[in-house]
Design a protein around this ligand. Structure first.
Ligand code: SF4
Ligand code: SF4
Length: 65
């Protein structure tokens, strides 16, 4: 499983990008996205998903199964 960014609510604030221990978050212009192949849901690094912790708009969420 991986996290994803809801681009309809993301404000492109950039807060999540530097928090990811796997550097899974990047952006093209103002469109932020999570590379699902790199996202481990922070397992082994943190007890909580760091992108979701810092996101002011609740845009980082688990991918729909
Ligand atoms: S859940 Fe963790 S590993 Fe996945 S994108 Fe967010 S900060 Fe990175
Ligand atoms: S922290 Fe949230 S609002 Fe800011 S760029 Fe990341 S997903 Fe978008």
């Amino acid at each position: 499983m991986a996290y994803m960014i809801d681009t309809s609510t993301c404000t492109s604030c950039g807060a999540c990008e530097d928090e990811c221990p796997n550097k899974a978050i990047s952006h093209k212009g103002k469109v932020y996205s999570i590379n699902a192949k790199k996202c481990t849901e922070c397992e082994g690094h943190f007890d909580t998903q760091q992108c979701a912790e810092v996101c002011p708009s609740g845009s980082c969420m688990p991918e729909a199964a």
